[in-house]
Design a protein around this ligand. Sequence first.
Ligand code: PNS
Length: 159
Amino acid sequence: MQRVVCPGSFDPVTNGHLDIVSRAAGLYDEVWVAVLVNITKHSLFSVDERVEMLREVTKSYGNVRIERFHGLLVDFCAANGITAVVKGLRAVSDFEYEMQMAQMNYRLAKVETLFMTTNPLYSFLSSSLVKEIAKYGGDVSGLVPDYVLDRLRARLAEE
Ligand code: PNS
């Protein structure tokens, strides 16, 4: 059984994330989506909210499970029988940082990282841009699942 993890902040999950998760779900027996609990990073949604949104938008995938983690990703992998990390690569700008983390994770615990090229439809997409555009009233429909779009609008209306 091959269990892999798609780690990240997912603040909030975008259609780009979902594209990678769904393609990984077609390749591996189990895909765990792991939300980093990072108390120092300012986020729009709490970890509980991010986990709940991820569960909602991945509920049609039978082999996708949503979890949270803190500390080192390699420790989370070791504790849960995860052999590889799956990440999306959007552009060359992602490459340097992603390669550094991949090599470090391999150096730390022999955890492999597999990169998937992002669907070109989403190569410009990031959670931070979605938040910024939505904050100023821009249209982010089609960039995040409709469920997340509603949650985003509701959260920004509260501010
Ligand atoms: O969505 P993000 O914020 O780009 O995700 C980054 C993430 C969560 C994958 C990365 O920061 C991470 O793995 N953090 C856990 C701490 C860790 O293991 N750090 C060492 C990485 S080599």
